[in-house]
Design a protein around this ligand. Structure first.
Ligand SMILES: [Mg+2]
Length: 332
């Protein structure tokens, strides 16, 4: 990849368009394919804590009765964000398109949906301003809108702004704000999308720490010790992973404590995320976005890819095409 190993600091804004090689295209596809793989892998174990003796397989089931390889709301909403990103800039027209996509998906009566997202989508129209206002209203009334439901769908934002980390961070916050007004949700999405973008461009997991180096002091002082704790474990220290903070920690724990010396890291870390238990589809989907950005679609086992499917009647090749379209819409 042109420019591999180098990255522009966030403050420099737009940089020269990347030149895409087979390797970087594999990473671009990997962002969405590994998100879906983690989601579908975890779906069969949701709200459980699999013991050390339990095989983690693409088995489906779980409390919502998913088919083997079927992805859940995490990837469905990720697809809606990706389609919005193809339609336009996620800081403008694309944000409306993403909001409309959420409503199209919700109109199909999905079997699994986060509580907070359901409340917002029930009250909002199909445009970004209405949805963001409904989310802000929910936050003002309850103060409890820090679920992991925006972090789980933030991966495609990275693909739309591969050449512009500042735009990536800005867009990630706006997409989060559509349903999750808690500042920690927006910060988590900004950090994670930045890190996914960084992994596609540089092939490293340096993104989370680099993001915090450039963040304001309040954000840095909040998240830096949380990353430290994630790297130390154990996951019982951040077990409430329906909360965005513990969800990010669980994903980072799985990524940072498994052997990252080669592409086998992707499967090992996804299985590890599932083993942490509780909201397993979501923590593995979150981890998958970053793992796929680093190791590429090729690191996702073929027997998993063959089974992957979900809203809106998509299979893995279409998901991979969508990832390329998002990157292309961003100027690739
Ligand atoms: Mg789910």
């Amino acid at each position: 990849m042109t420019g591999a190993g180098r990255d522009m600091p966030r403050s420099t804004g737009s940089v020269r368009a990347m030149e895409y090689t087979a390797d970087s295209l594999d990473r671009i596809e990997g962002v969405l394919v590994a998100t879906a793989a983690g989601d579908a892998l975890g779906a069969g174990y949701e709200f459980t804590v699999p013991g050390a003796g339990v095989d983690i397989r693409m088995r489906g089931g779980g409390p919502f009765g998913f088919a083997p390889g079927e992805w859940t709301d995490d990837t469905a909403m990720t697809v809606a964000v990706a389609q919005g990103a193809v339609a336009g800039d996620l800081r403008g027209d694309g944000l409306d398109a993403a909001a409309a996509g959420f409503q199209r998906w919700y109109a199909g009566a999905p079997k699994d949906i986060g509580n907070q997202t359901r409340v917002v989508l029930t009250r909002a129209a199909s445009d970004a301003a209405s949805m963001t206002a409904a989310a802000a209203d929910l936050h003002a009334r309850t103060g409890r809108t820090g679920g992991n439901g925006s972090l789980m769908r933030t991966a495609p934002v990275a693909l739309r702004y591969l050449d512009d980390p500042d735009a990536c961070v800005d867009a990630a916050r706006r997409v989060s704000d559509l349903t999750h007004a808690d500042p920690h949700a927006g910060q988590a999405c900004a950090l994670w999308s930045y890190s996914i973008r960084h992994a596609v461009v540089t092939g490293t997991f340096d993104g989370p720490r680099l993001y915090l180096e450039a963040a304001d002091a309040v954000e840095r002082d909040f998240w830096s010790p949380l990353l430290d704790a994630a790297e130390a474990g154990p996951p019982t220290e951040f077990a409430q992973n329906g909360w965005v903070v513990h969800a990010l920690q669980t994903a980072w724990w799985a990524i940072s404590t498994t052997d990252a010396s080669g592409p086998h890291h992707l499967v090992a870390a996804l299985e590890t995320a599932v083993r942490a238990g509780n909201d397993t589809d979501t923590t593995a989907a979150i981890a998958g976005g970053l793992l796929g950005a680093r190791w590429g679609r090729a690191a996702v086992p073929g027997h998993w890819q063959e089974k992957l499917h979900g809203w809106p009647r998509m299979r893995v090749d279409e998901l991979a095409s969508l990832a390329r379209e998002v990157a292309a819409a961003g100027g690739a």
